[in-house]
Design a protein around this ligand. Structure first.
Ligand code: ZN
Length: 558
């Protein structure tokens, strides 16, 4: 093998490491027979000269990795400086009073809250200190809640002109200013439009709603949905869906309406069930799109309309539909209705539209499948994950490059078995993440399969955690996820990490089952190396194809 040439792929020079304990480091040394130490610890070198180590994070006093590579009489050194979190101050119970000033909250950022909303004020301080917040001339004692953490809740309105946290021990006192929240007058309702009403008929232009700022996504709103703005936290806006529920959306999706804009009055009138060959439309006449939530279980679909009333004096079943057995509506609250639909089989996919008829829930019928050749005539979208972004391996192989041949192979196998395959990319040019599920929906695909290679978050020990997993978002995808995972396990023989519910972006298309295959971990030398071999690419693709085929066989009519 070649000359000693130590190279670290992760972390990059001066990269900031957000954890304090241990983290991984990987790269190559140029020779598979060489030995490697990093900060004095021995790290194994793979036959192709790459390495992966999991080592203590360098201390703030010496924030660097020092690599020493040896082979025979030859040696080479490399130093990679990094940025690490500052040392935690020691919160001693004697001597000069020291507190953890980086722990004082809230300090940075911005918030808009109602006058009476509680703001959590907290600080880490020695156990024998006393702490309090002073706001609007009132002192609020902080209570020791765990270890060295002291906290209390202060009404936002009290902090509007500024507040200070104090920590004292004997004659020693430390104080720090807290963030000033903006206050939203609860007596003046400010309505906003989520997205642009002009995009109302574009089913791909949904607005994501979350249950906490920047948290897991739960709602997908139609552009032009009118809601009340009730608060802000940084770039996240809190909106009221109805009298009992609030959600968070990105600031960029909020369009301000003029002050005094009236509340949306939404009343659903006579509903109708309109069947077509490939779907059934549940049509709900209403003047503007309501915020909504769809929940699914085995043979049931529930649609909740927030900030909406109903007088559906009749529900018109145009014919006795084979998919929708019954529709029942319940006023859950004075401004919330819940539509419960009993189906004859598990929901396959759905789409929410807002058109001249009103709010429409389009329920997709499952495909008709030939048991002898289950994929015959079906359309499958195969998505080679990334770029932009993605993982990287010790030789510098990117995830985007690693998954492309696997996806090409998968296309070939699915086509041999009778499917029509759409690829979201065939080159290394970046494709927007959102566009990938749009491509699948526009092709009227029966499934969206996204091929990825996994990576770890900072601080995770890779060695006990490597293997194969499948990620999905919609309950309708769960049977497909199980079968694809089983197919990959049979073919690839790595550790079974199981299937996981995760708020993956490609899960935002509900028209078909969609999932992500995380075949292997790119940072692991042996797995990165395997990914470059046609044999492993073939096994990865065949495992996925077998799972997809087994899934569609479930729909076969004999
Ligand atoms: Zn990925």
């Amino acid at each position: 093998m070649g000359p000693l040439a130590p190279h670290v792929v992760f972390p990059e020079r001066n990269q900031s490491i957000p954890v304090r304990d241990s983290n991984f480091i990987f790269g190559s040394v140029g020779n598979g027979q060489a030995t490697l130490t990093i900060n004095g610890a021995t790290v194994p070198v793979a036959p192709n000269g790459t390495f992966l180590g999991y080592l203590p994070v360098p201390p703030p006093t010496a924030p660097r990795y020092e690599l020493v590579v040896r082979h025979g009489a030859d040696s080479a050194k490399l130093t990679v400086p990094v940025r690490v979190p500052p040392a935690r101050p020691e919160l001693t119970t004697s001597g000069r009073l020291v507190i953890d000033s980086s722990s004082v909250s809230p300090r940075g950022g911005s918030m808009t809250l109602r006058e009476n909303e509680p703001v959590r004020v907290s600080v880490r301080a020695p156990l024998n200190a006393v702490a309090w917040a002073s706001a609007n001339g009132v002192n609020y004692p902080l209570v020791n809640v765990s270890a060295n953490t002291f906290a209390t809740d202060v009404p936002a309105g009290q902090m509007r002109t500024g507040a200070t946290v104090y920590v004292a021990r004997g004659a020693d006192t430390v104080h720090l200013a807290l963030m000033k929240p903006q206050i939203r007058d609860a007596n003046v309702a400010q309505y906003v439009s989520l997205g642009d009403a002009a995009a109302q008929t574009d089913t791909d232009a949904t607005i994501i709603g979350r249950s906490t700022p920047a948290g897991t996504y739960k709602w997908m709103f139609v552009p032009g949905t009118l809601v009340q703005e009730t608060g802000r936290s940084g770039d996240n806006v809190r909106v009221r869906l109805d009298s009992q529920l609030e959600a968070w959306v990105d600031e960029t999706s909020v369009k301000q309406l003029s002050a005094g804009y009236p509340s949306p009055r939404r009343t659903v009138g006579a509903m109708a069930l309109v069947p077509s060959a490939d779907w059934v439309d549940v049509v709900m006449p209403v003047s503007s799109p309501p915020p909504y939530l769809i929940e699914q279980d085995l043979d049931h679909i529930t649609l909740t309309l927030y900030g909406t009333q109903a007088t559906p004096d009749i529900i018109k079943f145009l014919q006795n539909d084979s998919l929708v057995r019954s529709v029942n509506w319940v006023p859950d609250a004075s401004d919330r209705i819940r539509l419960s639909m009993e189906l004859s089989r598990p929901p396959y996919g759905y789409l929410v539209l807002f058109d001249q008829r009103g709010f429409v829930l389009r329920l997709r019928r499952p495909p008709r499948v030939n048991p002898a050749r289950p994929l015959e005539g079906l359309t499958i979208t195969v998505d080679p994950g990334h770029p932009p972004g993605g993982a990287i391996g010790p030789t510098g192989l990117t995830e985007a490059a690693g998954v492309l041949p696997v996806s090409m192979k998968l296309k070939e196998i699915l086509e041999q078995r009778g499917a029509k395959v759409v690829l979201t990319r065939t080159t290394m040019d970046p494709v927007d993440l959102h566009l990938r599920s749009v491509i699948a929906r526009r092709a009227n695909s029966h499934a969206l399969i996204s091929i990825h290679l996994n990576a770890f978050g900072d601080g995770v020990n890779p060695f006990p955690n490597v293997g194969t997993s499948t990620l999905y978002f919609h309950p309708q995808t769960e049977p497909l996820a199980r079968l694809v995972q089983a197919g990959m396990m049979r073919e690839m023989g790595l550790r079974d990490l199981g299937i996981h519910y995760q708020n993956i972006a490609i899960g935002r298309t509900m028209w078909m089952p969609s999932l992500i295959c995380e075949g292997a971990f790119l940072m692991v030398p042996e797995q990165e190396n395997a990914v470059t071999t046609p044999e492993f690419q073939e096994r990865f693709a065949r495992g996925v194809a077998d799972g997809v085929e087994a899934y569609f066989r479930l729909f076969a009519t004999r």
